[in-house]
Design a protein around this ligand. Structure first.
Ligand code: GLA
Length: 392
């Protein structure tokens, strides 16, 4: 029996059954298409995707499943049953010219994708279910966006190029919920690979797979259960500060910058916060490349050191951590068998990611349960596949 603090993935088959049953009860017929899209956890490379840096995320076994069918009208009816809450939204197809962001807020993730889908979208009915924890920094938003896009592909009988698909879902998030995110989440949710992390070059939008198959080691995610609000002012402000640094250096993005350039920024009497953000980005891009190399070489000790360095930079230079995440990382550091730990994702709450020997997982959990001030939940980040169509 899993402990109540363990989040266990429901599995694709039972999420599909649940969604299909709700669809049949609501719309009095069967869905004609079904899709799944995962959440993600980033191993390293945070707050660098919007600076065209490198990131190293994995797709999770936790999923959003969507089933649907066209309904011969010009209206989209979407039912979302996540946790125990049922929500419904109805909105017009894009051809009406009336498709705009608005209330209810949750539906903007779906509407934005419908509005940005290439080609005509016919009216449809859909049901969304998920076992991804919300607000845990595990990309439940990108998961809903990419799942919606994949459903529209299935209903239209088309396949859009995966990089284009990730870019359109990112655009949807910018325009409808209004969150100026980078490309990492939509990219890995679309293209993640079982047993691999993806090293994504956010400038060329090419990626390579980094095998994660060491059976003696696991990636444990610890949800702090502190909720963040990235659409608030902090994330856009960090993004703007990084762009300011790039502009001062005359670069399109901080991807071009080196530590020497960061020194130059100091000389330019630039705002101290802007210099700190630039230092983080330059060093985090280098750490991410080194981390991918160390993983490929099986040097987990070095991977762990890079995790800790990354956390410290996100805490002190980017200033996106919080006391709860700092405490989780500090506790993990005291446990024998932990290689490294860091906050992951946008920050201001959400989750920490820990690389830990299998044999030390129980010890780590019990130390967190006895010392962490908040209420943690644990989930195993078994690297999984990206979005896909399902058979029904
Ligand atoms: C959020 C954004 C991503 C990325 C991370 C931080 O998850 O959606 O694009 O910027 O924060 O690495």
């Amino acid at each position: 029996m899993p402990a109540p603090t363990d989040a266990v993935s429901t599995g694709e088959a039972s999420l599909l059954r649940k969604a299909s049953d709700i669809f049949a009860a609501t719309f009095k017929r069967s869905p004609t298409a079904a899709v799944a899209a995962p959440g993600r956890v980033n191993l390293i490379g945070d707050h660098v995707d919007y600076c065209e840096g490198y990131v190293l995320p994995v797709a999770l076994p936790f999923l959003t499943v969507v089933v649907g069918a066209n309904n011969d009208t010009s209206t989209c009816c979407v039912v979302s049953v996540i946790d125990s809450g049922r929500k419904e939204a109805t909105f017009p197809t894009p051809s009406s010219g009336q498709l705009k962001p608005g209330e209810p807020a949750w539906a903007n993730y779906v509407k934005g994708v419908v509005a940005n889908f290439p080609g005509a979208v016919k009216g449809f009915d859909a049901v969304i279910v998920s076992d991804l924890p919300m607000g845990a920094g595990l990309s439940s938003s990108a998961s809903v966006e990419v799942a919606t896009f994949t459903l529209l592909e299935a209903l239209a009988g088309t396949n859009i190029d995966p990089v284009k698909k990730a870019q359109l879902c990112q655009k949807a998030e910018h325009e409808f919920p209004g969150m100026p995110c980078g490309i990492m989440d939509q990219y890995v949710v679309t293209m993640g690979k079982k047993d691999h992390a993806l090293l994504i070059d956010c400038r060329s939008l090419e990626s390579s797979q980094v095998p994660i198959t060491n059976g003696d080691t696991v990636i444990l995610v610890i949800n702090s259960n502190v909720k963040h609000q990235l659409t608030g002012s902090e994330y856009p402000q960090r993004r703007a500060q990084c762009q300011k640094a790039a502009d001062l250096l005359g670069f399109p993005s901080l991807r071009n910058a080196t530590s020497e350039h960061v020194k130059d920024l100091r000389g330019k009497k630039c705002d101290v916060d802007v210099v700190k953000r630039a230092q983080h980005v330059v060093e985090e891009i280098r750490r991410t490349e080194e981390c991918a190399k160390s993983l490929r070489a099986g040097d987990l000790e070095r991977v762990g050191e890079l995790f800790y360095e990354s956390h410290e930079a996100l805490r002190d230079l980017m200033e996106v951590s919080c006391p709860e995440l700092d405490q989780l990382v500090a506790i993990a550091k005291t446990v024998e068998g932990v290689y490294g730990a860091r906050m992951t994702g946008g920050g201001f709450g959400g989750s920490a990611v820990v690389l830990v020997k299998n044999a030390a997982v129980e010890q780590l959990k019990s130390r967190i349960l006895s010392e962490y001030k908040g209420k943690p939940t644990f989930l195993l980040a078994v690297p999984s596949d990206g979005a896909r169509k399902l058979n029904i």
